[in-house]
Design a protein around this ligand. Structure first.
Ligand SMILES: [Zn+2]
Ligand SMILES: [Zn+2]
Length: 272
């Protein structure tokens, strides 16, 4: 509803360097008062733009790989690191006479907590747990089968559970429980509780386990069982745990914990 631009909606603009035509759409995601009120949408590299892209059926073009190196969509800039490329692209736009003015403004950018690098949203394949898995625990809490002390923390629990999304449980890290999914050379894929010796379909030994690891909260959710011997096979048996521990102490009747992990840990344990 920005009448300054309604006449352009549905037409196309040409991206200056790549000469690619992109269609002009109208969406309430854009702040009319900010800058020109017009913005380029990058569905593959921004969370808001991703939603807009889905809504308007836009193309999802990833322009760099998982290391941040520009790919074949980037013409002469292919092979450059994304931050390095930014300056070069601006210089090129200037030389072609496409830059009207450059203004400084504050923007919210995500940084990596370890290396302080700027984080780029990037479309990738991940493992998710369906949010419906939480339904039973929501119902049981509503029936009073789990109690919170002080009682008002039930509101925090319910608020989290009301806004559930599918839970992304895979991470691309070195440390963690590796996802128990296996891929065979025969293209069979399967999940297994135990480390398999051969492919169940073709008996080949040439298969590999998914390289991703579980979200730390998924692993933490196993705590209740794993401290009682579950999954240890014979390791530590009769020294630090005994066979009847799991039966004696699980499910537990009391959990003392911090309110800040009520959702991340406690709720996840309840629905795991
Ligand atoms: Zn980092
Ligand atoms: Zn196989």
């Amino acid at each position: 509803d920005d009448e300054r631009y309604t006449k352009f909606v549905g037409k196309e603009v040409i991206l200056p360097i790549s000469k690619k035509a992109i269609k002009i759409i109208a969406d309430e995601h854009v702040e009319k008062e900010f800058g020109t009120g017009v913005v380029k949408v990058t569905p593959a590299h921004d969370m808001n733009d991703y939603e807009v892209g889905l809504k308007h059926n836009l193309e999802f073009i990833s322009v760099f790989n998982e290391k941040g190196i520009l790919n074949e969509h980037c013409l002469e800039f292919q092979g450059l690191e994304r931050l390095e490329a930014r300056e070069k692209i601006v210089t090129k736009l200037e030389s072609l006479g496409f830059i009207e003015k450059i203004e400084e403004y504050n923007n919210q950018v995500g940084y990596c907590y370890r290396c302080n690098n700027i984080v780029e949203p990037y479309i990738s394949k991940q493992w998710f747990v369906k949010k419906e898995i939480a339904q039973e625990s929501i119902e049981k809490v509503a029936l009073g089968e789990s109690k919170f002390y002080p009682n008002h923390w039930i509101n925090s629990f319910n608020a989290w559970m009301k806004d559930l999304r599918d839970w992304c449980i895979s991470r691309q890290l070195w440390w963690g429980h590796q996802i128990p999914v296996y891929y065979c050379e025969c293209s069979h894929e399967w999940a297994s509780q135990h480390t398999p010796k051969t492919c169940p379909k073709c008996q080949s030994q040439n298969f590999k386990q998914d390289e991703d690891v579980l979200d730390t909260w998924f692993s933490s959710g196993l705590w209740a069982m794993s401290t009682l011997g579950w999954g240890n096979e014979n390791w530590g048996k009769d020294k630090i745990w005994s066979e009847k521990d799991l039966k004696d102490f699980y499910p537990n009747s009391l959990l003392i914990t911090g309110f800040d992990i009520l959702f991340f840990w406690v709720a996840r344990m309840m629905f795991q």
